[in-house]
Design a protein around this ligand. Structure first.
Ligand SMILES: Cc1cc2nc3c(=O)[nH]c(=O)nc-3n(C[C@H](O)[C@H](O)[C@H](O)COP(=O)(O)O)c2cc1C
Length: 303
């Protein structure tokens, strides 16, 4: 493993590494106005949601890493503490990228990027018509983390109103991730498109019991065949097979085939059992896979 010590590395290299590692990040397309009412629109991927009571979003227009200049978005929220955070979808990426150009203060990026400004209901900054989710916010607090180049300015926002295009809702009226087609920012010039086959689901464990990886015998935990994801799924089972289930499985044709093929060779039996268990886990036969693994493991112990 290489070690990066933030105190011993030029800030731009640290920045590049951190942004590559902490990714993908959602993008806040922040619409603000200055004290004269001039509109501004810029993307910020140092952004996330932090709670719902009150609903709290935070993004950071940081000081420029090159020039230490403050961004117009930061200056605007200090003058008018309101912002509309518009969500960025794949169909918006080129115009969004254009809007991130470092135009002089006062330039309206709605016009430069070709997005359509529409009035908000509770705040003065405009919404982006083309964005399917537009979030009107008031700025509760701004925290400057430093005064040097690249230091963050945390804009802590409270959500006042959320506008959602019906096209991105599912049958129950909830936002559908597949329909939304979001993009995320990674390091360098990389982005990720969050829809189609890029999406997968994982059921939340919640308060259900889980046996845990630590309850599995060592030969299963240290397997050269089973992956970390396999162990995660085995450890998520709510209960382990009983000794009776394991013993009974040893008489099954599938287990007998393995033991007869490699009679006396416990390593081979283990390897084959683990390969079969890996295949079973991939088709969701988790409990059966653990019965097989425990049966093979019990032979290990005996030898
Ligand atoms: C996808 C994307 C994400 C960005 N994220 C950030 C960010 O989190 N913080 C930041 O200071 N600049 C970020 N930038 C750069 C700003 O958008 C850029 O500096 C912009 O010119 C700032 O505009 P403003 O001065 O009008 O506020 C990002 C640019 C892009 C394209």
């Amino acid at each position: 493993m290489s070690i990066i010590d933030p105190n011993n590395i030029p800030p731009h290299i640290l920045h590049r590494n951190l942004l590559s590692a902490i990714a993908p990040r959602p993008i806040a397309f922040a619409s603000t106005i200055d004290g004269m009412g001039k509109a501004n629109l810029s993307p910020f991927s140092c952004f996330n949601v932090f709670g719902v009571n009150p609903s709290t979003l935070i993004f950071s227009p940081s000081r420029s890493g090159r020039t230490n200049e403050l961004k117009d978005t930061y200056l605007n929220v200090k003058e008018v503490p309101e912002v509309v955070i518009n969500i960025v979808t794949y169909s918006m990426v080129e115009q969004m990228n254009l809007a991130s150009t470092e135009f002089p203060r006062g330039v309206n990026e709605f016009f430069k990027s070709g997005f359509t400004p529409i009035p908000s209901e509770k705040v003065k900054p405009f919404r982006v018509k083309e964005s399917p989710v537009q979030i009107e916010c008031k700025v509760r607090q701004v925290i400057e983390t430093g005064t040097g180049a690249g230091s963050a300015n945390l804009i802590i926002c409270e959500v006042l109103l959320i506008h959602v295009n019906d096209n991105v809702l599912d049958k129950t009226g909830m936002i559908d991730s597949q329909k939304l087609d979001l993009v995320g920012r990674l390091g360098s010039d990389y982005y990720v498109r969050a829809s189609g086959r890029a999406l997968f689901t994982l059921e939340k464990p919640g308060s259900k019991n889980a046996i845990g990886v630590d309850s599995l015998p060592e030969d299963i935990r240290m397997s050269n065949v089973l992956t970390g994801n396999d162990l995660g799924r085995l450890g998520s089972l709510q209960s382990a097979p009983t000794a009776h289930e394991t013993e009974k499985f040893k008489g099954s044709p599938v287990f007998r085939t393995i033991t007869t093929k490699h009679v006396g060779n416990i390593d081979k039996i283990t390897e084959e059992a683990h390969k079969l268990a890996h295949a079973m886990i991939s088709v969701n036969e988790i409990k059966q896979a653990l019965v097989l693994l425990m049966a093979a493991s019990s032979m290990h112990v005996r030898d």
